[in-house]
Write a protein that binds this ligand. Structure first.
Ligand code: KIV
Ligand code: ZN
Length: 506
């Protein structure tokens, strides 16, 4: 059986999703969870892009223990040097050099001739190989590149020392037949002294990113690139959890193995959803809220008689928790810390104090504290601390003619700020008050409420996305609380703080 390698680019291509901006601490947390999930290589960032990216790549390079850590670089010496600096302490460093090859990119974006593109690939891949044992080359927009020129570009990279060739469907233009044939063609026609790993990298503009990645695997690719939950530029990237499950469930067809620990799938997806602020659609394959729900009577009847009638994946296989935790309001601090450690969280004593206090408040209100509740609490607390802002209180009052008045207070850098405003409804009044505190007038792009668990005592999880009207910068926030208005306020405070704090990072 062939072994398929998984390359995760949630922190690089995934962070190119509008509104997503992870900080270094979050990136390290994500990297450690991805390592647990079984990712072989993580693309930790684009070190030349910003000081923040450089610091995050460097932090991940030292935090992980088995995964290869990759950094992105254009065909420029300064990019390669910067990637080397960020990655030199990694146990297994890798560079990912890219240059566009398609006619439209050569002519309009790069203003380079074919000969200049070939020279640039040769020079920069050769240089990269002097610093790294593992060099990956990507001909950007490969699927819209003339086939013979693509082959020349790929052969040039191989001759210069690249051992991983990644074929990006940058604009999600390809389809399974064409993409599969492209791999078969390149693999059959390239020559190399060293073994070459061919890798797929697909975008989902036409909804075919997962199908295309699987077609590449069928045609000889031994590595797949993608993101968790399929987040990424425009319509996103191949959702790696979909590929992992397809290879597992249809092993009879693909005849491949992976290092993916399927039981960590849901946890990995939840963490990405929380920290990115991008909610997973209910009907999303593998990790969506409805993925294991059976609505029709005929289906329910079948599943009760034998789950195999309508279930090709069990929730347990991907780690969907249906049971509650053996933690309640009488649980002590020790049991709580132990449980958090089991869930993959380590906190210093100040963080533990704050979290334990919130856990106790939760256990007082809720009959069963689920793993979902605890994970939400941890992510919420982490974000609150990172942004240095906390919602203190929200008060609402009916004014007149359907208008509501809100008074909101928050603590920021240990100082209290209070503002009041009216609005056509409660949420608008609260958001207008928060806008006054942050002296902002952003556009509200998205507002979504979901119940974190089932049952009447479920907490509400609110996702918001806002956009700064001056810079067009988008950012998202999440709030979790029993009270929908309180959760809405938390999410908006978090997004507003992130817009202020991280405005210049991306
Ligand atoms: O989609 C793309 O072309 C990329 C490259 C940088 C590999 O993300
Ligand atoms: Zn991409």
């Amino acid at each position: 059986m062939r072994q398929i390698q998984f390359f995760d680019t949630t922190l690089r291509d995934g962070e190119q999703t509008p509104g997503v901006n992870f900080n270094t601490k979050e990136k390290v947390q994500l990297a450690l969870q991805l390592e647990k999930w079984g990712i072989d290589t993580i693309e930790a960032g684009f070190p030349i892009a910003s000081e923040g990216d450089f610091a995050a790549v460097q932090a991940i390079a030292t935090a992980v223990s088995t995964m290869t850590v990759a950094g992105l670089a254009r065909c420029q010496i300064k990019d390669i040097d910067r990637a080397y600096e960020a990655l030199k302490q990694a146990v297994s460093p890798q560079i990912h050099v890219f240059l566009a090859t398609s006619e439209v990119h050569r002519r309009y974006k790069l203003a380079m001739t074919k000969e200049e593109v070939i020279r640039a690939i040769k020079e920069h891949v050769t240089y990269a190989r002097t610093l790294f044992d593992k060099v990956q080359f990507s001909p950007e927009d490969a699927t819209r590149t003339e086939k013979d020129f693509l082959l020349e570009a790929v052969q040039t990279a191989i001759d210069a020392g690249a051992t991983i060739i990644n074929i990006p469907d940058t604009v999600g233009y390809s389809n399974p037949t064409a993409y599969g044939e492209l791999f078969a063609y390149l693999i059959a026609n390239t020559k190399s002294k060293e073994p070459i790993m061919f890798s797929s990298h697909c975008h989902d503009d036409l909804g075919m990113a997962t199908a295309n990645a699987l077609a590449a695997i069928e045609n000889g690719a031994t590595r797949v690139e993608g993101t968790i939950n399929g987040i990424g530029e425009r319509a996103g990237n191949t959702a790696l959890e979909e590929v992992a499950l397809a290879l597992h469930v249809r092993q009879d067809f693909y005849d491949c193995t992976t290092n993916i620990q399927l039981g960590e799938t849901k946890r990995t997806s939840d963490l990405v959803a929380r920290l990115s602020g991008i909610a997973v659609p209910k009907n999303k394959a593998i990790v969506g809220g409805n993925a294991y729900a059976h609505e029709s009577g005929i289906h329910q009847d079948g599943v009760l008689k034998n789950p195999e009638t309508y279930e090709i994946i069990t929730p347990q296989l991907v780690g969907v928790q249906t049971n509650s935790l053996p933690l309640g309001k009488l649980s002590g601090r020790h049991a709580f810390i132990e449980k958090m450690n089991q869930l993959g969280y380590q906190f210093d004593s100040e963080e533990t104090n704050a979290l334990f206090k919130r856990f106790k408040e939760l256990a007082d209100k809720k009959k069963q504290v689920t793993e979902q509740d605890l994970l939400a609490l941890a992510a919420d607390q982490g974000r609150t601390q990172t942004e240095g802002v906390e919602l203190e209180a929200v008060q609402l009052q009916y004014v007149s003619n359907g208008h509501q008045g809100a008074v909101v207070s928050i603590t920021k850098d240990h100082q209290s700020y209070v503002a009041s405003a009216i609005g056509a409804g409660s949420i608008q009044a609260i958001y207008n008050s928060i806008d006054q505190i942050f002296e902002q007038q952003p556009r509200l792009l998205n507002y979504e409420i979901t119940a974190l668990t089932s049952g009447e005592d479920a907490q509400a999880e609110v996702h918001v996305a806002i956009e700064c009207t001056e810079t067009n910068r988008q950012i998202s926030g999440i709030g979790v609380d029993f009270d929908v208005l309180q959760a809405s306020a938390k999410a908006y405070v978090q997004a507003s703080a992130a817009l202020k704090n991280r405005g210049e990072n991306k």
